[in-house]
Design a protein around this ligand. Structure first.
Ligand code: GLN
Length: 486
């Protein structure tokens, strides 16, 4: 059952071959069985899941079940879930039970999905390996000595291992696409503003975006159909119609113009990753696409600009965690200042504290213009690079990450970890959508092909990804782990 895609499971539910209860029990069992090995879940909501499954089965019997009704999902622990612990991977929120549902959670519930639980993640979504979680690292099901990527590492590992058919992630600088690449699954970061951020714990508000992680582009299309849309509770969500993303999956790619950014194929790129990506591009040529080289000349500045802007926004967003209103509070504070200091020192891990320090510094008087204002100007140039490229081509293709998954504990200094996001971060600065699809292996470790489109081109990206998955079967391969723990 767990080797099926969401689409295949939806069909099995529709034909009555399977009930949502059977499906849900199967996945809950798998989570329990592999929990200790992978550490991909922080919280499992078995009782709630079974109640939702029964309600979906009932709705189907009454003839009013939608496409997603009865399908199990997992949620990154950054999404507020009413009555369920929402930790954001942090000791700070270890004791926090959200009093309301995030908009995407509310929408997926209303569509009849079953929530299996909350997945592990880097603390406050800061990281590229899931090693920054208060709840410990996640192992990559393809190779347990490798990281699953981050920050949505728990979601990616759980989908790859067949513990859930799909999961939600968030992407501020690559956190959906890079773990999707490392775990051999499909992950879509939508255009900024396409999906509501309401109830999603904020890291860097001008960059954060939620998206689907699943085994195929088709599965992602069905999830995005429900997740996307304007929300009056998020003023940055865009009031723009939501097309049926599943309807255009089979459009022909004949005449598609693909650009290969030369900056994404330079120094630092693992030759085996490059080979897999170039082979994937050849598959597109065989489908009728034309390929040309393009340039995104400001790519080099993306990481420095991001590491000014993201920590600045984070330092502001995280100031609400002060030990007073909610979250961790230190024992026996001597006065108010002591309460603030110790609660924050105890509640936040090292990487989060590092970002707060950087952000506080760059926003301080005397440094603001030199750092923050400058970074915003660079951001504009990076955005313009993409808009110029999309004058000439329909989509851009390249690797999602310069290397396959690295070993747990391998990256000791923060800067080498930050460099991991070299191909994903500019996309968030520009606000455009991107998808990572499985495109081969280096040894046992998967490689992700990244496809980028202009603002609101999700339907096109899903179409382009789906056509690749009609021709190749990288996305259907499973780690041995998924079979062994059957
Ligand atoms: N790795 C990047 C960071 O640490 C991006 C994380 C993300 O997309 N949430 O900030």
């Amino acid at each position: 059952m767990h080797d099926k895609t969401l689409t295949q499971l939806a069909n099995a539910l529709g034909s009555g071959e399977l009930s949502s209860r059977e499906l849900t029990e199967h996945y809950l069992q798998r989570i329990q069985h592999s929990g200790a090995t992978l550490n991909s879940f922080i919280t499992v909501t078995a009782d709630q899941a079974l109640a939702q499954a029964d309600a979906a089965d009932q709705a189907r019997a009454n003839g009013n079940a939608g496409w997603l009704a009865g399908l199990p999902l997992a949620l990154k622990d950054i999404f507020c879930t009413q009555g369920v612990k929402t930790s954001c991977g942090s000791r700070m929120l270890d004791n926090f039970t959200a009093p309301y549902d995030a908009t995407v959670v509310e929408k997926l519930k209303a569509a009849g999905t079953v929530s299996l639980g909350k997945t592990n993640m880097d603390e406050f979504a800061m990281g590229s390996s899931n090693e920054n979680s208060y709840y410990g690292p996640v192992n990559n099901p393809w190779d347990l000595s490798a990281v699953p990527g981050g920050s949505s590492g728990g979601s990616a590992a759980a989908v790859a291992a067949g513990l859930t058919p799909a999961a939600l992630g968030t992407d501020t600088g690559g956190s959906i696409r890079q773990p999707a690449a490392f775990c051999g699954i499909t992950g879509l970061k939508p255009t900024y503003g396409r999906v509501s951020r309401y109830g999603m714990i904020a890291y860097a508000s001008s960059l954060d975006q939620a998206g689907p992680m699943a085994r195929s582009a088709e599965d992602c299309a069905h999830l995005l159909n429900v997740m996307a849309g304007h929300d009056v509770r998020d003023s940055t969500s865009v009031a723009r119609g939501v097309p049926d993303y599943a309807e255009t999956l089979n459009a022909s790619l004949s005449g598609l113009k693909i650009g290969l950014p030369q900056e994404y194929f330079g120094e630092g790129l693992d030759p085996d990753v490059e080979k897999a990506v170039r082979e994937a591009v050849r598959v597109y040529e065989s489908l009728g696409a034309t390929v040309r080289d393009v340039s995104l000349p400001h790519t080099h500045y993306a990481i420095p600009a991001y590491y000014v802007i993201a920590p600045a926004e984070a330092s502001s967003n995280l100031s609400r965690f002060d030990g007073v209103r909610f979250g961790h509070r230190c024992d026996n504070p001597s006065d108010l200042i002591d309460l603030y200091k110790r609660s924050r020192a105890e509640g936040f891990g090292d990487e989060v504290q590092r970002r707060i320090l950087i952000g506080t510094h760059t926003l301080s008087e005397g440094f603001f213009d030199a750092y923050y204002t400058k970074a915003q100007k660079v951001r504009r140039l990076i955005r313009q690079d993409f808009l110029d490229a999309f004058e000439d081509v329909d989509v851009l293709m390249g690797p999602a990450s310069p290397t396959p998954a690295f070993d747990l504990g391998a990256k000791k200094d923060p800067v080498s970890m930050y460099l991991q996001d070299i191909y994903t971060i500019a996309v968030n600065l520009a606000g455009i959508p991107g998808i990572s699809v499985p495109a081969g292996f280096v040894g046992r470790r998967p490689v992700g092909l990244q496809i980028l489109g202009t603002h609101f081109a999700e339907a096109q990206l899903l179409n382009v990804a789906h056509q690749f998955q009609q021709t190749t079967d990288w996305h259907l391969q499973r780690p041995d782990f998924a079979e062994e723990s059957a």
